[in-house]
Ligand binder design. Structure first.
Ligand SMILES: Nc1ncnc2c1ncn2[C@@H]1O[C@H](COP(=O)(O)OP(=O)(O)O)[C@@H](O)[C@H]1O
Ligand SMILES: [Mg+2]
Length: 240
């Protein structure tokens, strides 16, 4: 056997996200809500995962922790091999900006800014040449079907277009992982299908995606399905 037999082979998918016994509790009234209860999860590079489960089962809590918008009360979270638990606020915000794209159900666009300006937001402190950045943003937006919408404000766009702008914004820093919490929750079914087509294309070109949805038709676009219940992973199609 060669000496390096224990090393990970070069074409083995890299561990993108790993959690061990992740817990998040909320004190509500006189009792504790176990929003996340001992969650072990591994997401590999190139995965396209749908997270499903009843309302209140912990899906958003999980996404917020994975997106470094919230921190667990117990357990471990490694992102790209790095333990996130021990990082301070500035390190966390750097990770949020560079390693994670986050897409929300309600788009979270700034209403007074144009679509292009919204997409450029994550780059505002990059100190890089603004002409180059604008070109890059315009290119990405064209790829997402927004070539003729750069100067529109959010209220001049359809729901599907707003979500495309939000997706462009989430991808402008080429984050290794895209997290989406009910990205089609405010869209009609045709527009939802278009957004899922886009996710499938992004995933085919290598983008790792983890999305929450409560619709079977939406989840069917993903390649792996995780079901949550009462803060736990009840089923994971990659292990069953
Ligand atoms: N900030 C909070 N304060 C108190 N309880 C919360 C908070 N966030 C979530 N919860 C509770 O944690 C549980 C899981 O919530 P959530 O992750 O939003 O579920 P889901 O996204 O699956 O609907 C629910 O019982 C919810 O009420
Ligand atoms: Mg939720």
């Amino acid at each position: 056997m060669p000496d390096n037999a224990t090393l990970t082979p070069p074409n083995e998918p890299e561990g993108m996200i790993e959690t061990a016994s992740l817990c998040r509790h909320f004190h509500v009234g006189d009792s504790w809500v176990h929003a996340l209860d001992d969650v072990d999860l591994a997401i590999d590079e190139g995965d396209f995962v749908a997270v499903m489960g009843p309302s209140g089962s912990g899906k958003s809590t999980l996404m917020n922790i994975l997106g470094c918008l919230d921190t667990p009360d117990a357990g471990e979270y490694r992102l790209l091999g790095e333990p996130v638990n021990s990082l301070d606020d500035s390190a966390l915000s750097a990770i949020r900006n560079e390693k994670i794209g986050f897409v929300f159900q309600s788009f979270h666009l700034l209403p007074r800014m144009t679509a292009l300006e919204n997409v450029l937001l994550p780059l505002r402190y990059s100190g890089r040449d603004s002409t180059v950045l604008r070109e890059r943003a315009a290119e990405l937006m064209a790829r997402l079907g927004l070539a003729d919408r750069l100067d529109h404000r959010p209220n001049q766009l359809s729901g599907g277009q707003r979500q495309r702008v939000a997706i462009a914004r989430s991808l402008i820093n080429s984050p290794p992982i895209l997290l989406a919490d009910e990205p089609t929750g405010n869209l009609d079914s045709r527009t939802s299908d278009e957004i899922m087509g886009l996710f499938a294309e992004l995933n085919a070109s290598g983008q790792t995606i983890l999305m929450v949805t409560h619709e079977d038709e939406i989840a069917a676009h993903a390649r792996r399905l995780i079901r949550m219940r009462d803060g736990r992973i009840e089923h994971d199609s990659s292990t069953h």
